[in-house]
Design a protein around this ligand. Structure first.
Ligand SMILES: Cc1ncc(COP(=O)(O)O)c(C=O)c1O
Length: 398
């Protein structure tokens, strides 16, 4: 079809069709290749595969056909040359950093990143001689000034978790490239349906597939997307030996998730926008953080850089932790859980859960207050969701 018309397939088609290989059984849905190893026709083939002279499968820690289908599909959607599936979003970050860096190297990172990422950068990597300099996500001068001769890469998450701050990816990519550094972007909140960091200048995209790529809260996984030359060498070698590979079952869940990602993301955005607007008009709410609101400091940038504001809405209740917990404990429909990106709406208290490992000072610096609540708006009827928030607010002390 493509050969006749030369017209590239649209992302919605790529999400459904890319990477499938059919067995002689002619199955319509993709197969789960539940095998740890692969047979070789003879000893010489085995040797050729291990030597890298024959590209066939060896062992599922290295390659697996179901994982490959997921990788091809996500690479097509992110418009990247290559994707590597990993066992979690955190292992995608770990493999990327340890694949590219060595003792003595430095990372310049946005301060506003996921709590476990801060823990990795601040507490774990220093043990291996890798340091991190933190900068404000939208403080472009600081990004520039923080780069030192031993800085190898810049890291950011946009929109950030949980405050939905937005960085200008092109601007930070320009800063990185002007000094010969790489830019890595965690695209977990937007997914390729809403934002294409590689097209905006990033060198590598990271995903927690656990979130929207799955979309129904079933599996933990991650992905790294970029050029073959950048991620296919040291990063892939680290993953293959370190063993943080994606399981075939998880890959199957994620590749089926990709098929509905675009319509899910549109629906998440629509519901989240209505909830953000409703929260914005409530007396029990101090502040709402949602890129789709005009009051959001990077609302214009979000409109330019993203195809939609996303499904995450954070807000501060009037009061402190006690009031935030009271609200959380009063919801009936929202699930109290730390995951996000699910069809089921979730509610989280970041300062005591996802970001509890940050020091009080670190939380204060990034603006994560005890009164902050994060919603991952799901696909239930939005009126039911607003009714639930309304009844929860009626339990708040007046
Ligand atoms: C933005 C972001 N990046 C990375 C991760 C880590 O992903 P995983 O839990 O799949 O390891 C998360 C998890 O919440 C996240 O929100």
């Amino acid at each position: 079809m493509t050969d006749d018309t030369k017209k590239p397939l649209s992302p919605d088609t790529l999400a459904v069709r890319t990477g499938q290989m059919r067995s002689p059984e002619g199955e319509h849905s993709e197969l789960i290749f539940a095998t740890s190893s692969y047979i070789f026709a003879n000893a010489a083939t085995a040797a050729a595969r291990f030597a890298g002279d024959d590209p066939g499968n060896i062992y599922s820690r290295f390659t697996n056909p179901t994982v490959r289908t997921f990788e091809k599909r996500l690479a097509a959607l992110e418009q990247g040359e290559r994707c590597i599936g990993t066992s979690s979003g955190m292992s995608a970050i770990l493999c990327t950093l340890l694949g590219l860096l060595k003792a003595g190297d430095n990372i310049v990172s946005s301060r506003s990143v996921f709590g476990a990422t801060v823990n990795l950068l601040s507490n774990i990597l220093p043990k291996y001689g890798i340091t991190t300099t933190y900068v404000g996500i939208t403080d472009y001068e600081s990004w520039d000034q923080a780069i030192r001769s031993n800085t190898k890469l810049l890291f950011l998450e946009t929109p950030s978790n949980p405050l939905t701050e937005i960085a200008d990816i092109t601007r930070i990519a320009d800063i990185a490239h002007s000094k010969n550094k790489l830019l890595i972007v965690d695209n977990c909140f937007c997914t390729p349906c809403l934002q294409l960091p590689l097209q905006l200048g990033a060198d590598i995209v990271i995903h927690s597939a656990t979130k929207y790529l799955d979309g129904q809260g079933r599996c933990v996984g991650g992905a790294i997307v970029g050029s073959d030359s950048l991620i296919g060498q040291d990063i892939y070698a680290f993953l293959r030996t370190g063993g943080a590979s994606m399981s075939p079952f998880s890959a199957w869940v994620f590749l089926k998730g990709l098929e509905t990602l675009s319509i899910r993301m549109q629906a998440h955005c629509q519901n989240a926008q209505q909830i953000a607007e409703w929260l914005n008009s409530q007396k029990f709410v101090n502040e709402v953080y949602y890129p789709g609101l005009e009051s959001h400091p990077q609302n214009k940038l979000a409109t330019k850089q993203q195809k939609g504001p996303g499904g995450i809405v954070s807000f501060e209740v009037r009061g402190d932790k006690e009031e935030a917990w009271q609200f959380i404990d009063s919801v009936k429909l929202f699930s109290i859980t730390a995951n996000l990106g699910d069809t089921k709406s979730t509610i989280t208290h970041p300062s005591t859960t996802t970001h509890h490992k940050l020091t009080k000072e670190q939380r204060c610096e990034v603006g994560i207050k005890s009164s902050l609540i994060r919603l991952s708006v799901g696909l239930e009827d939005v009126t039911d969701l607003i009714d639930d928030l309304k009844q929860a607010s009626s339990h708040m002390k007046k």
